[in-house]
Design a protein around this ligand. Structure first.
Ligand code: AHR
Length: 516
């Protein structure tokens, strides 16, 4: 997993030329902290997704109590601690495509008695079902995360899903007795229930019309027990399939609390490209393609507005992130990819976009939490690294449950070689319950620092502190057994003058400021 030398030369050349030309862009950000009645940014926008896929669950999270890898009741200690620091608000499980072939009863009871399963979606790996409902819901409790269960609609019955809900949440009755026999007397609180996943594809290959009827049937029998109130999420569109959203809103909106959508940063499904070796053109193309999410969220929201002007149904982007070729030598079905400063830029730009869509967007779950696609964490046996994406999520978690503050930036645009257009600067602002203002910013230019002037409506900051994430090369990553190449540092470069802040963002960097 080395860093490509030719690529590095190109980057150095570009950086050198940029310095020689004293290339520096100027951006003015206007922050309207006096604006009234702004939405709260749901913490769930910073949500995570964990599927039975490759080394996400097994090895990544769960090693079992008998493992030589240090663990707490079977959960690996290093990963658990890193996830606690991240403040994971919600965790989706068990899939993904896996969910529509998962039979939850195989994952309860004594672990040694649980049947083996073949993971048909992901490499045919044989799993021992040692991580099941108890292990997942207990993990959520340890992390303080809301569980988001994806139910099996594609190959499971209505009764199976109904009983799963009862098993998890009912205080009394046969399912509650079974749960108690398996070691858990108290029911868990389970808020989010996904009724199937990608039912237009791996979740049953259904049409929108057919699925909307199926959805209503499965949702009907997923009952509320013992004070637990389910937030039911219907399977949504892939990317810009607006017809799916229209059909679901037309036929089932009164029966759903949320409608999902999936969007991956993949420019060409037949040539996804390397996670580590890419040209500057590919970097900009990836970032600008990813920025399509802004339009996709807006278009789905507009359709939902037409059927639901009161915004009672939430939009849930329950899968998103970069998807590159697997690392050479790894199982193609395990979707294990490295994670570079490019992924950090994608994460920052996306999270800034999500913060602006929260009147309709109530959850987003990056795919996936450990060892799969755009992960927070990578493991290799007992070794673990935090990815650049992890650092962005940790830096941005100050926005969770904070009040959105409108802002705009006077910046230009970047047009990629694919013709995608994105702003040449990315920012969002919030105010937390203690009154602290946080501004998250990203400078996507590879070859230009950006000098930023931030103007508040009225606020005269008393102090400002911050963190910065940058690297010596855009394809820098954190590798097992080596000193991290990408990790946040304190940022002391912001200057206050009256209602104004000034700072310089280095090329390809992410900065989060805290303002008192
Ligand atoms: O995240 C990997 C897969 O991508 C999920 O299982 C599926 O829902 C999507 O196609």
């Amino acid at each position: 997993m080395g860093v490509d030398a030719t690529f590095m030369k190109k980057i150095f050349l570009i950086s050198f030329l940029a310095m020689a030309l004293n290339a520096q862009a100027q951006v003015v950000v206007s922050v309207h902290e006096t604006a009234k009645d702004q939405p709260v940014i749901p913490a769930e926008i910073y949500g995570q997704f964990s599927e039975h896929l490759g080394k996400c669950i097994y090895e990544g999270i769960w090693v079992g109590p008998g493992s030589s890898i240090p663990n707490v009741d079977g959960y690996r200690t290093d990963v658990l601690n890193a996830l606690k620091a991240l403040k994971v608000p919600v965790l989706r499980w068990p899939g993904g495509c896996f969910a529509d072939e998962y039979h939850w009863m195989d994952g309860i009871g004594p672990r040694e008695d649980r049947p083996k399963l073949v993971n048909n979606n992901w490499g045919g790996t044989v799993e021992d079902n040692s991580f099941g409902t108890h292990e997942f819901l207990n993990l959520c409790e340890m992390l303080g995360a809301e569980p988001y269960i994806s139910g099996n609609v594609g190959s499971g019955t209505v009764e199976e899903l109904a009983k799963w809900v009862e098993y998890m949440t009912a205080e009394n009755g046969t399912m509650a007795e079974l749960r108690a026999k398996n070691g858990r007397r108290e029911p868990w609180k389970v808020k989010y229930l996904g009724v199937g996943n990608e039912n237009w594809g791996c979740g049953g290959d259904m049409t929108a019309q057919y699925y909307s009827d199926v959805y209503k049937r499965y949702a009907l029998y997923a009952r509320n027990y013992s004070g637990n109130s389910l937030f039911k999420v219907a399977c949504g569109a892939s990317g810009d399939d607006y017809e799916w959203t229209r059909t679901l809103m037309k036929n089932a909106r009164s029966k759903m609390n949320g409608l999902s959508v999936h969007f991956y940063t993949v420019r060409d499904w037949n040539h996804k490209g390397s996670a580590l070796q890419f040209t500057p053109e590919e970097y900009y193309a990836t970032l600008a393609y990813s920025y399509r999410i802004d339009e996709i969220l807006r278009n789905h929201s507009d359709i939902m507005d037409a059927y639901d002007p009161q915004k009672t149904v939430a939009l849930m982007l329950d899968e998103w992130g970069t998807w590159f070729d697997v690392e050479p030598g790894t199982n193609p079905g395990h979707l294990f990819q490295q994670n570079t400063m490019r992924d950090a830029m994608v994460a920052a730009v996306n999270l800034n976009v999500f913060n602006r869509h929260t009147d309709r967007l109530k959850m987003a779950n990056i795919a996936q939490i450990v060892n799969v696609l755009q992960s927070m964490i990578l493991t290799d046996g007992p070794r673990m690294v935090l990815t650049p994406t992890y650092h962005v999520f940790r830096m941005f978690n100050v926005h969770q449950d904070a009040t959105f503050v409108p802002s705009e930036a006077s910046c230009g645009t970047i047009v990629s070689c694919d013709g995608d257009v994105m702003p040449s600067f990315s920012q969002s602002v919030s105010r937390d319950s203690a009154g602290l203002i946080h501004i998250s910013m990203a400078n996507p230019y590879l070859d230009k620092a950006v000098s930023v002037e931030v103007n508040f409506d009225e606020l005269k900051p008393r102090s400002v502190s911050g963190e910065i994430l940058k690297a010596s090369a855009i394809n820098a990553c954190n590798e097992f057994g080596k000193a991290p190449q990408v990790q946040p540092a304190r940022f002391n470069g912001a200057r206050v003058s009256g209602k104004k802040l000034t700072l310089t963002l280095p090329a390809a960097s992410v900065v989060v400021l805290e303002i008192k």
